[in-house]
Design a protein around this ligand. Structure first.
Ligand code: ATP
Ligand code: MG
Length: 377
């Protein structure tokens, strides 16, 4: 899809702003706290959900008597480039509605799945440098983006796991029956756990191959990124996503091996809920050794990989929003991002006008106090 234009009225610190976008690259520069992320958020609101997860009242400008917000976004799908579609978000006080081509959308979340965009925000750096849970959540997000059944499988697994952990709390580690009771739970946990692992792994190699390709493009080919799924169940055993029986049997064995410790520690020690991903740059674990710029480059490569996977699956090209992506990157990496993300329409924010020195084409706006001025020339 291509976003053709956007009008924003009375949204956070943006009183009024109108844009006709470039089909390729759009850059917004300005000092801190001027409205760049607010603008990215306005776009995400039209796609069904703000990435900041605000209460509706937070979107209205502070201290203003005007309690009405309106955002209108016009876009075209790739297979119908001449037909403009409109999404309109209207908010009065704390009640809001979203319209797609004048038709009320009851469940905004559905729109979020149908209109695809990929977002980078600085918090995404935690996919690389944060806790394993952030990486698991990211893999689950990607798996669910490709196949909507994944969240149901994950829900089943987490529910069974919670129930087993609750039972563990009340079990006597010295009671022989405890092991017997655990076994029936472990069967369920292993079945559901294999489903979750398979959901993640089915698309892992595409994500990893594309991330490697984009990382290579970002850094100009001097370093290689590889990603590994670290399974607490499978350890060093080599397996593919089709080896479900091997996975199930190994899962059961591992749960048996850890049963005594589980009974003492009162939670499930191995399984899909403890798995992780490692990012290796050449032979170094990025989480422990990568520089800020390398971490950022990995996160951006992942986002571009995500976009490419959406494109492969749906045939429609998602737009990419990169909020505050350029800081900490050297000139070569910045130049790739502003000039060479060729297959997608991109929206990029930056605090530093100098970042755009080598900008080869597209549009730039400067933002100051919520007012956006196109940069001419
Ligand atoms: P940075 O470069 O630091 O990320 P930014 O340009 O992305 O800055 P925004 O997050 O867009 O900044 O915020 C711009 C300003 O909008 C901030 O000063 C913020 O406090 C203000 N703001 C946030 N919500 C509202 C609101 N509801 N009404 C008015 N102003 C708001
Ligand atoms: Mg910002």
């Amino acid at each position: 899809m291509i976003i053709r234009s956007l009008s924003v009225r009375n949204f956070r610190n943006i009183a009024s702003a109108d844009f006709i976008f470039d089909p390729k690259v759009n850059i917004f520069t300005g000092n801190n706290a001027q409205g760049k992320t607010n603008l990215c958020e306005a776009i995400s609101v039209c796609f069904g959900k703000s990435f900041r997860n605000p209460k509706p009242a937070e979107l209205l400008p502070f201290g203003s008597d005007n309690r009405e917000t309106c955002i209108e976004l016009c876009f075209t799908f790739d297979n119908m480039p001449d037909k403009e579609n409109t999404i309109r978000y209207e908010q009065k006080g704390s009640s809001s509605r979203l319209k797609f081509n004048d038709i009320d959308i009851k469940e905004a979340e559905k729109l979020y799945g149908a209109l695809r965009y990929v977002l980078f925000i600085p918090e995404d750096l935690y996919i690389v440098k944060g806790d394993p849970s952030v990486r698991r959540d990211y893999l689950d997000f990607v798996a669910n983006m490709i196949n909507r059944v994944h969240n149901t499988k994950l829900y089943e697994y987490n529910k069974a796991l919670r129930q087993k952990n609750n039972i563990l709390i009340n079990m006597d580690p010295h009671d022989k029956n405890s092991h017997f009771m655990l076994e029936s739970w472990n069967d369920t946990i292993a079945k559901f756990g294999v489903n979750v692992m398979c959901g993640r792994l089915r698309h892992f190699s595409s994500l990893s191959d594309y991330a490697d390709k984009f990382y290579d493009m970002i850094n100009g080919g001097s370093e290689k990124l590889t990603m590994h799924y670290e399974s607490t169940v499978m350890g060093d055993i080599s397996f593919t996503v089709d080896d479900t029986e091997l996975m199930y049997n190994t899962y059961i064995d591992r749960l048996k091996e850890t049963a005594d410790r589980e009974l003492r520690m009162k939670y499930t020690l191995v399984g899909a809920h403890r798995d992780d991903v490692t990012f290796m740059i050449d032979n170094m674990n990025a989480k422990d050794y990568a520089s800020q710029g390398q971490i950022r480059s990995i996160a951006v490569a992942l986002k571009l990989a995500e976009a490419q996977m959406i494109k492969d699956k749906s045939g429609d090209v998602p737009v990419i929003i990169l909020d505050d992506v350029l800081s900490e990157l050297d000139a070569g990496r910045r130049s790739f991002i502003i000039n060479h993300i060729d297959d997608f329409q991109v929206f990029i924010t930056s605090c530093n006008l100098a970042d755009t020195e080598k900008f080869e084409g597209g549009k730039i706006w400067n933002v100051n106090g919520g007012r956006f001025e196109p940069k001419v020339g």
